[in-house]
Design a protein around this ligand. Structure first.
Ligand code: DGL
Length: 267
């Protein structure tokens, strides 16, 4: 079982930011990644639809024999993780708890801004998880739905992106946030622009690294770590294949994604 792959899923290729962090920390682990590119975005869908999609994604991964699953999508974690835990016995981890842990790892974190899709902000999953761990926090969630399409167009340094970001960030800056949580798979790519636009003392929290650390702890606890004397492989499955997704996958993974397979769900 320990040599079986880890399963990851996301609405698209953004979850490869988490895969990248896991490959750095756990190079012996093989990874099977499913990106539901045919049905993205998840961020604007209803909770019921997201739960249904997440269910199908998990069934696909279980069918491929994975030993544990990472929901590498903030929106799917926000709406579907408790439902998935109830339904499946395979260990399933999300990105919210590790993100919250990273945000509160600094005792100075008092005024926290969250940027994410409409779905994630509306679910209040981050707000609840933060408030449960620390009392007296000022928490402000800001839906930032235009950022995913701008990043996917590779308009990261574009003046339009800076203008949109400024509109989203101004209310958070006015509230005096000391921490900004990047609660969406795609946002780590915006870190250089965010640093340019935010006051220098605002701490940025990217949960990909913390998620990898959390996964390592869980695999150790469950005695599921792959043996260290081998190199893990990555298998990438997408529900829709296009040249754009291939180029994006390379950008998120910071290297060639190798051969991409077409996934058919619900079979
Ligand atoms: N993967 C989604 C997330 O992290 C962003 C893209 C989408 O809306 O599907 O929330």
């Amino acid at each position: 079982m320990n040599s079986a792959p880890l399963g990851f899923f996301d609405s698209g290729v953004g979850g490869l930011t988490v895969v990248h962090a896991v490959q750095e920390l756990l190079p012996a682990e093989s990874i099977l990644y499913l990106g539901d590119t045919a049905r993205l975005p998840y961020g604007s869908k209803s909770p019921e639809t997201i739960r249904q999609f997440a269910d199908e994604d998990v069934r696909f991964l279980i069918g491929k024999g994975v030993k544990a699953i990472v929901v590498a999508c903030n929106t799917a974690t926000a709406h579907a993780l408790p439902h998935l835990h109830e339904k499946y016995r395979v260990p399933i981890l999300g990105v919210i708890e590790p993100g919250v842990e990273a945000a509160l790892s600094s005792p100075e974190a008092e005024r926290i801004g969250i940027i994410a899709t409409h779905g994630t902000i509306r679910s209040h999953a981050y707000q609840h998880a933060l408030a449960l761990r620390k009392t007296g926090l000022m928490i402000h969630g800001q839906a930032t739905p235009l950022l995913v399409p701008l990043i996917e167009e590779n308009w990261i340094d574009h003046p339009a992106t800076k203008l949109v970001l400024k509109n989203y960030l101004d209310p958070l800056v006015e509230k005096g946030i000391d921490t900004l949580m990047l609660a969406c798979t795609h946002y780590p790519l915006l870190i250089p622009v965010l640093r340019e636009l935010l006051p220098g003392d605002v701490r940025l929290v990217d949960s990909a690294k913390t998620c990898a650390e959390h996964l390592k702890k869980e695999l150790t606890r469950l005695d599921l770590l792959a043996s260290a004397d081998r190199e893990g492989e990555l298998q990438l499955y997408l529900t829709d294949l296009s040249e754009e997704f291939e180029a994006l996958a390379r950008q998120f993974l910071k290297k060639s994604p190798g051969k991409i397979h077409r996934a058919v769900l619900g079979g």
